[in-house]
Design a protein around this ligand. Structure first.
Ligand code: SF4
Length: 78
């Protein structure tokens, strides 16, 4: 079975740029979640280390690969 890493999952957010605290932001894994963006500080992220302790989390979704700006321009024909 392929091992998965939370750092490469779309549900993982890392502090300080993506979230206040590192963790799993998949709704079903969060002890406390808020619908509104302005209540974001009240959210409690899921403990990604405990959830994915064996590296086989079934909810893993790979992050989209960032395409460099020059390649986006290249694809537009600029
Ligand atoms: S625990 Fe699972 S769903 Fe959450 S960030 Fe890790 S791999 Fe993704």
């Amino acid at each position: 079975m392929k091992r998965v890493d939370c750092q490469h999952c779309t549900h993982f957010r890392a502090a300080p740029y993506e979230a206040r605290k590192d963790g799993c932001y998949l709704q079903k894994n969060m002890p406390s979640k808020q619908k509104d963006m302005y209540l974001d500080e009240q959210q409690i992220a899921g403990d990604h280390r405990a959830i994915n302790i064996r590296g086989d989390c079934p909810d893993f979704e790979a992050r989209a690969v960032d395409v460099p700006w020059w390649r986006r321009l290249w694809s537009l024909g600029a």
